[in-house]
Design a binder for this molecule. Structure first.
Ligand code: CAA
Ligand code: NAP
Length: 248
């Protein structure tokens, strides 16, 4: 029997991350998640998962900080083994019009959503290449390709994600390692429920052809496929999962 593969999901306690983690565990992976060092509910989350039948390891990690990522991945490798699948999922929004955007909100979003790809992927890519197998999945956003009102910082970072994917995919293509971007549209997590209701109802929902928010399970299903053996020929892609918004 093949050894159980290890998946590391950054921001694995968040709205999308939690569902990706439980679905990956259901699919037979050994799952490790990261949480922000400031997250005071991490032990509660792990205990709650245990009650639901999931044995998920959790490590603190600020994905915006290179040294924190080095330390976190070293702990994962020591306790769970080499990382076979990395899901760069952690991300934040700091929405405000460009007129009001300050450097703090610009930097926070770029560091957390874009610098994090370097910080985390650097820890695992060489090992994947040496072992001849790996999957790197980078969570971008529909707003990385179409832009969004109030999101110059986020749209820039999320557009950068796919540039990173394409360049790295080329470098590791012959080594059994695939690198892909997933670009979700509006999914019903707290990132979206934080949008003012009036804006969501009048500006966003009417632009989604399917007529509703997406579900985390729908994104998790795509993650599972992209991590699978069957997806070995799929690399450097940016897969839109957005209820049809890409058609506009
Ligand atoms: N499209 C067009 N116009 C918009 C708009 C939008 N998406 N959002 C706001 N506006 C307009 C408002 O209607 C308003 O117009 P009027 O002055 O004519 O009334 C004007 O912009 C100012 O709006 P606010 O009163 O809300 O201004 P504010 O300064 O308090 O807030 C804002 C501005 C921070 C951008 C706020 O409107 C907001 O949070 N908008 C939502 C931003 C958004 O969509 N974020 C996505 C989060 S989810 C996510 O990012 C996940 C993902 O990847 C898909
Ligand atoms: P969420 O519920 O707010 O979760 C975000 C996660 O990121 C949290 O688990 C958080 O960890 C983690 N995180 C934030 N800053 C971090 C940092 N500096 N270091 C480590 N972890 C950090 O949001 P979500 O909807 O699940 O979003 C997940 C990803 O999908 C993000 O990249 C987001 O941009 C992207 N996305 C979301 C949507 C959507 O509609 N929801 C659409 C497109 C793309 P803690 O909880 O421990 O702080």
């Amino acid at each position: 029997m093949a050894a159980q593969k290890v998946v590391l999901v950054t921001g694995g306690m968040g709205g999308l991350g939690e569902t990706i983690s439980t679905k990956m565990a259901d699919a037979g992976y050994k799952v490790v998640v990261t949480y922000s060092p400031g997250n005071t509910k991490h032990a509660e989350w792990v205990a709650d998962m245990k009650k639901r039948g999931y044995d998920i390891m959790a490590v603190p990690c600020d994905v915006a900080d290179y040294d924190s990522c080095t330390k976190a991945v070293a702990e994962v490798q020591a306790k769970a083994g080499a990382v076979d699948v990395l899901v760069n999922n952690a991300g934040i929004t700091r929405d405000t019009t460009f007129k009001k955007m300050d450097k703090v909100n610009w930097d926070a979003v770029i560091r957390t959503n874009l610098d994090s790809l370097f910080n985390m992927t650097k820890q695992v890519a060489d090992g994947m290449v040496e072992r001849g197998w790996g999957r790197i999945l980078n969570i971008s956003s529909v707003n990385g390709s179409k832009g969004a009102f109030g999101q110059t910082n986020y749209s820039a970072a999320k557009a950068g994600v796919h540039g990173f994917t394409k360049a790295l995919a080329l470098e590791v293509a012959k080594k059994g390692v695939t690198v892909n971007t997933i670009s979700p549209g509006y999914i019903g997590t707290k990132m979206v429920t934080a949008i003012p209701k009036e804006v969501l109802d009048t500006k966003i929902l009417p632009q989604i052809p399917v007529g509703r928010l997406g579900k985390p399970e729908e994104v998790a299903g795509l993650v599972i496929y992209l991590a699978s053996e069957e997806a070995a020929f799929l690399t450097g892609a940016n897969i839109a999962i957005n209820g049809g918004q890409h058609m506009q």
